[in-house]
Design a protein around this ligand. Structure first.
Ligand code: SAH
Length: 264
């Protein structure tokens, strides 16, 4: 039903949300530009189901939804929107607003990457060359730049919009890194280049596909942080990386997501 309400050519919704109301009950909320669009969409709803059309007041919804996002703490990092002042006493505030690229730090996968970066620095590691593969809004590249100010950092994404957002977020956080639109390692400037640290918070499928390329791009003393993996996919992803000869260690799950360390 959410699919029909959201993606029908005639009645394309601005947004569709599915709410889990408890055992055996969900409700769906779909937002349309005009009442006429909503009425047209409602014609596709099974008449046995209950539904109502109501008008949403004209508000600055982006601002409102951002103000609902509380800062996220992970290790020494605090990620907050521009509507919030950073919590005091933390070494590394990162300012990121919800926008058109993935990554406000609210996802368990990003948090576990932040914790792993924090641990890495505490353990004394000093990666000189860092790659944030699938940077989204740039949260992890910014975190790396704050933790390792001497490092040279490259942030890549397959989505040009993400790179635009990542560049603008770098500026608002007073850090700088190189950035590049690329699908995995498919870019001339990536061929043959190695990194002391690769952070890849993508998803299990793409990680498995990229395993040989990632393995080939880690320097001999380097390591990779692999994330975006559902707990039940961890073994599947770990196997693909072990096959490349890397040693893989898994971290405790965070909200149903597992991250992995991979080292030569
Ligand atoms: N690292 C960010 C964003 C994670 S979302 C964070 O932790 O907040 C995953 C990002 O990976 C998306 O922005 C997506 O566009 C990008 N991505 C997916 N497949 C990719 C690929 N093959 N190469 C590069 N980027 C990819």
């Amino acid at each position: 039903m959410a699919e029909t309400l959201g993606f029908d050519d005639m009645t394309e919704a601005l947004s569709v949300s599915i709410f889990d109301d408890g055992p055996d009950r969900v409700h769906i909320q779909a937002l349309y530009e005009t009442k006429a669009h909503a009425e047209a969409a409602s014609a596709t709803i099974d008449p046995r189901l209950e539904f109502a059309i109501s008008q949403v007041p004209n508000e600055d919804w982006v601002r409102l939804s951002q103000s609902g996002l509380a800062p996220v703490m992970a290790g020494r990092f605090a990620i907050h929107g521009s509507h919030d002042t950073p919590p005091r006493g933390l070494a590394f505030p990162i300012q990121v607003d919800a926008g058109q690229a993935f990554g406000t730090g609210h996802h368990g996968t990003t948090q576990s990457c932040l914790l792993m970066l924090d641990e890495l620095e505490t353990s004394g590691a000093k990666p000189g060359q860092i790659l944030d593969l699938g940077t989204g809004a740039g949260v992890l590249a910014i975190a790396a730049a704050k933790l390792f100010p001497e490092a040279s950092i490259l942030a890549t994404d397959i989505d040009p919009m993400a790179i635009e957002v990542a560049i603008s977020n770098a500026m608002s956080n007073d850090v700088s890194y190189e950035s590049l639109v690329a699908d995995g390692f498919e870019a001339d400037s990536l061929r043959g280049r190695t990194f002391d640290l690769i952070i890849a918070n993508i998803l299990a499928g793409p990680l498995r596909e990229l395993a040989p390329d990632i393995a080939g791009a880690i320097s001999p003393d380097g390591q990779a942080i692999l994330s975006g993996i559902l707990d039940e996919q961890a073994q599947w992803v770990a196997d693909a990386f072990r096959k490349t000869g890397l040693t893989v260690q898994s971290r405790p799950s965070l909200g149903g997501w597992t991250s992995l360390w991979a080292r030569p």
